[in-house]
Unconditional design. Sequence first.
Length: 135
Amino acid sequence: MILIIALVFAGVGVALIVEHFRFMARAASYQGEVVEVKEQKSYSSSATNPSSGRSVILYLPVWEITLADGRKERISSTIGSSDMNFPIGTRHKVLVDPKHPGTGRMASAKPWFWAAMCFAAAGFLVFADHIDLFH
């Protein structure tokens, strides 16, 4: 059973890492100005009490970018933050996926990549321990 859990962790981590690099390879970079901040209620639960269901507000910026042909387009973030650190009017480097117009990520949104790396590493470490690689 531990082996299956380890392989699932490693598989999910590797899949997230691959998705990150695919996104980075096809994304176009723009300077975007924050024109709106959307609030999204998210529910979290603790491992010790899954029914606690505390709500958390995530803040998702909406940027306005100028395309090469001069048209303006609004880009909604696909990654939110529990801190309201997107003042209206501030400018950020925004990565936009041409396959999914209208959505993007702030170029500095690296925590997702590192979370995926930790997920994969945890799976590989549990797997390695299970097969006694370290003993």
